[in-house]
Design a protein around this ligand. Structure first.
Ligand code: HEC
Length: 121
């Protein structure tokens, strides 16, 4: 009987769209493998900081400390994440999770934000 209850539990979780790990870990491998063309570019980092203040700080906090449902972004796993995975999060957002898509920003600006997120500790 126990096995059935476990199976049922899994089905219920799957139906609810439960996921394992944080949003950034959901990026499909081919997307995550994309390299950041603005990596190690101090100008890109500065541009990204301005974009962060304008587009992201209201939810994730001015110091990236997180507010409410919006998680902190000043985290080791974000610094070390595959740049392409962060880029994927910015393009797709998470409708269900409350993270908006930033596909309306030019690609170069999204990469600048990724540079800021990973190179400002
Ligand atoms: C309207 C509020 C809001 C705004 C604006 C917003 N976010 Fe988010 N963000 C969220 C929420 C809520 C989540 C959690 C979503 C989830 O886990 O499904 C999230 C998740 C994320 C994640 C994934 C974190 C993880 O732990 O995997 C990243 C990265 C992120 N946001 C970056 C940004 C950046 C960069 C910007 C600005 C370009 C931004 N967000 C703007 C609300 C917001």
């Amino acid at each position: 009987m126990k096995i059935w209850r476990q199976t049922l539990g899994c089905l219920v979780l799957a139906a609810a769209g439960a996921r394992v790990g944080s949003l950034v870990q959901q990026a499909p491998a081919p997307e995550a493998r994309r390299a950041n063309p603005r990596q190690s570019d101090p100008l890109a980092r500065r541009a990204g900081a301005k974009l962060y203040a304008r587009e992201c700080a209201a939810c994730h906090g001015p110091q990236r400390g997180g507010i409410g449902k919006a998680p902190p972004l000043s985290r080791t796993d974000i610094y070390r994440a595959a740049p392409g995975a962060l880029f994927w999060v910015l393009r797709n957002g998470s409708l269900r999770g409350g993270m908006p898509s930033f596909a309306h920003l030019p690609e170069v600006e999204r990469w600048q934000i990724v540079t800021f997120l990973q190179e400002t500790k």
